[in-house]
Write a protein that binds this ligand. Structure first.
Ligand code: GDP
Length: 297
């Protein structure tokens, strides 16, 4: 988290840069607001939130005639937090016998890695965890998940090659239930062939799991470095399954962070976890206050 803080606060981070312009004590003329808007767009904030934020700030700064940097900072903090949805529940719901967490998203976004990291977090909290390799389309996917399982010390249920993903998910939850496991994490396939195909597939996986136990959480994994594209894909997923939370991966890379605001605004789903690297410990709860403070540092 310290690393994320440092990166967001860097002056070459556009989101941070935009905020600093308003804190610089500079005359807030037309040009400044235009630049501010442009910079927010560069930061992946999206058109809607950019316009909304600029309008709100412009109004508040003009009406209140803000000159005091501390007051300016508080206004920015307030408005940014409002955009991110400060009151959202960001805990991972693992309630159930067992709790079932489905992890969905486009291939390459970091699904399997996230399942591994999340297993590690849950194990550290003394939970009994089982992994289900329901991504049966990519030959290497189950292998990769099982390797994560070994690394964090939890078993993995795998199917035969090219097995029906729903049957593997069903089997995993069944085994979990029979063995009194606390949480079953299901890794799913992320082929974006057609929306109908995806809907049928993920819908079926969920329905079949729910013959054994309710799915307590559906986490959508989004790669923060893919910007607008990632968001379009995310929208499709959120239309086909009931997503309850987002995991934003690769925030350690070149991502600009503004995508967090867009996800909240466009999908209406809270970012619950952030991925900050490829290692087992590189997963952190998303903390809006820390995020905003880092931008305003
Ligand atoms: P999947 O196809 O969605 O299951 O994606 P994988 O879990 O296989 O991850 C794809 C690549 O992204 C791998 O090389 C991961 O190590 C990498 N990756 C996943 N999460 C992160 C992250 O938070 N930061 C960075 N830098 N790399 C990540």
């Amino acid at each position: 988290l310290q690393r994320l803080r440092a990166r967001l606060a860097r002056s070459d981070n556009p989101l941070s840069k935009a905020m600093l312009t308003l804190l610089s004590g500079k005359q807030l003329d037309e040009e400044t607001w235009e630049d501010f808007e442009d910079t927010l767009l560069t930061a992946d904030l999206g058109v809607g939130p950019t316009t909304q934020l600029t309008e709100r700030l412009r109004q508040r700064f003009t009406v209140d005639g803000v000159t005091d940097p501390e007051q300016a900072r508080n206004i920015l903090r307030e408005e940014l937090l409002t955009l991110i949805g400060p009151d959202s529940d960001r805990s991972i719901n693992t309630a159930g016998e067992p709790g079932v967490v489905m992890v969905v998203g486009v291939n390459g976004t970091g699904k399997t890695t996230t399942v591994g990291k999340l297993a590690r977090v849950l194990v550290a909290e003394d939970a009994d965890v089982l992994l289900g390799a329901a991504d049966t389309f990519r030959a290497a996917a189950a292998e990769q998940l099982a390797t994560w399982g070994e690394r964090v010390g939890v078993p993995t249920v795998r199917g035969e090659e090219a097995a029906d993903p729903a049957s593997v998910a069903f089997e995993a939850v069944k085994v979990g239930k029979e063995n009194g496991v606390d949480v079953v994490l299901i890794d799913t396939a992320g082929r974006l062939h057609t929306k109908t195909g995806l809907m049928d597939e993920l819908g079926k996986v969920k329905r079949v799991i729910e013959r054994q136990a309710p799915v307590s959480e559906v986490l959508l994994v989004i790669d923060a470095t893919t910007g607008q594209n990632g968001l379009t894909q995310a929208r499709i997923f959120s239309e086909v399954v009931d997503v309850t939370g987002v995991v934003l991966t690769k925030l350690d890379g070149s991502a600009k962070g503004g995508i967090i605001v867009q996800i909240q605004n466009e999908l209406g789903v809270p970012v619950k976890l952030v991925g900050l690297g490829e290692g087992a410990d590189d997963l952190a709860p998303f903390d809006p206050e820390m995020f905003v403070d880092a931008l305003l540092d």
